[in-house]
Write a protein that binds this ligand. Sequence first.
Ligand code: ATP
Ligand code: MG
Length: 700
Amino acid sequence: MTPPDTTRKPNFIRAIIEDDLKTNKYGGRIYTRFPPEPNGYLHIGHAKSICLNFGLAQDYRGLCNLRFDDTNPSKEEKEYVDSIKEDVRWLGFDWDDREYYASDYFAQLHEYALRLIKKGKAYVDDLSADEIREYRGTLTKPGKESPYRERSVEENLDLFKRMRRGEFEDGSRVLRAKIDMAAPNLNMRDPVMYRILHAHHHRSGDAWCIYPTYDFAHGQSDSIEGITHSICTLEFEDHRPLYDWFIEELGIYHSQQIEFARLNLAYTVMSKRMLLELVEGGYVSGWDDPRMPTISGLRRRGYTPESIRDFCERIGVAKKESMVDIALLDHCLREDLNKRAPRVMAVLHPLKVVLINYPEDKVEELEAINNPEDPGAGTRTVPFSRVLYIEQDDFQEDPPQKFYRLAPGREVRLRYAYFITCMDVVKDQKTGEILELHCTYDPETRGGDSPDGRRVMATLHWVSAAHSLQAEIRLYDHFFTAANPTEEKEGLDFKAYLNPNSLETLTNCRVEPSLKDATPGSRYQFERLGYFCVDTGDSSLETLVFNRTATLRDTWAKIQKAGEGSSKKIPEKKNGRDAMPFGRQAIEPIGEEITIEDFSKIDLRVGIIREAGPVEGAKKLVRLMVDIGEGRLRQIFAGISSAYPDPGKLIGKKVIVVANLKPRKMSFGISEGMVLSGGDLDRLCITTFDGNPLPGDKVS
Ligand code: ATP
Ligand code: MG
């Protein structure tokens, strides 16, 4: 037998489990379940729960059931059941033959209900739903007992039997637990156990016209299956006393409910109800639209199961709500695909290049490396000829400083091919639009090196015009314009924050011919552009369609965005000396002077806040998880909470991090750096950036 896997990040649930194993609480058994309600497709939040539940079972040699929580007859559909199974399997988890349905327990749950009635612990109530709500009271006001609360056991049994037989209309009666209408926890004020619903159920058909509530079904289902650790999200914390009450009153096997914080992702929504609204309203192409945070959407977009599992592991499991940035998932994707996605060349915005000294009818097959990270991936050939396409962005007629790519008179390398020099720019006489470039190639540089040791500053990707294939390429941006579209202050519906530019479709792209047989779902790195995946919905032999899953870095875009304005085609030097906004008067120093050497010892880096949350026991502090381009996140405690009562708002902000501070041990964890901030000492605001510097960039 293999020992339990304890190499993973520790968390409070693992601690509970390890403790239970030590004390032999369940005879060494670990048994979890993933209990989706089949009323929509799974999203990345569910992935967190799946990875947690199935992952714990794997690591501790236990079992995890897939249980459909299908007690609500009007909503569930088979399509959802099938999609859920597909998604869990795709994520890499297996439930063997343990596919269960809460609806399979209807008879047992009914028997449990009878047991409670006989014990005097449940009664049939004739109050309407509105009256029940009114009688329940509030957090500050105790509830009022129903006039039907003291019915005899016999009367209750009789009425419940007749409810079951279908004698009463929907909503006319309910079965309630008899607990305590004055309980401080509202869930304990005689909660409803059964309601009348003359509705068809996707599995039990018309066998039932009374259906158990979530609260009466969930714990008992756990118990029937012998679940040891019933892990759910924090909103069920207040339901735990009720969960325990039912199990104890029934005297059945007791599973332990444990709550953890749900995953919240910035710039998207994660409620199935809202996602359904987007699907039904035609705001997206379907549940698997690559912009959707659903597992099927992420799959279609090109994310790998490995990257999603890695993401779920990195975000960890905690008791406090926090907000995570999708950029972390992109990071996990790059780490995964960098090692295994084949590199190919594709041009998104083609610019024609004619090599005027290359023979008209000559075609060379040049060798290209499939993946420099994986020597085993081998090589392929790409055709090279007189007419090529390069990326429009890789040429500038009047290149600004720091633009090292192609420009008139300049020589660059074409990847795996030759050095070329731009000799002439051919333009449309009327519009001035650049139609093509005339270049020469140096036959001595085949393969990309010059025998005389001549250096070039840039290597460009390209495709041969005659051999390349046309493709449609879809680029995606944030789904919503607000980090938290459901909690915006303006009082607008979440759909008001849909990003109108979340999808950009390029129909005129060119890809190298080796992609001719690319199968739907296969993933590539387009050199210098990012990771792309063949669309599983719309790609065909006639029209290849690719989705951009994530970008790579682009140092030029970064410099351009940060400094030179946003126009790509007409670079203007707006920041020349003459345009300096203020004169160069001597400024009085306001602190003790230090030398440049002193200052250069401080390593300042651009960081992006990926997670932010409060710190238990330290009111002034905010716990930040900051990406400074190291391939991991740094934990930094910053005394900025008075300026940021809602730390979630900090997610995605670019900050300056002092990166070479010795880590400091604090009672709640290690702080690995400092985030620069300014302002009143009682209300420090972080310093942040305009433009688009990348995590890890030096700040000077
Ligand atoms: P939604 O609010 O999206 O409808 P739900 O909680 O109603 O979600 P269920 O199908 O009941 O959806 O969820 C199945 C399991 O997944 C539950 O255990 C639930 O706690 C968990 N889960 C749902 N959303 C998240 C999330 N964002 N993060 C972590 N776990 C989640
Ligand atoms: Mg639910």
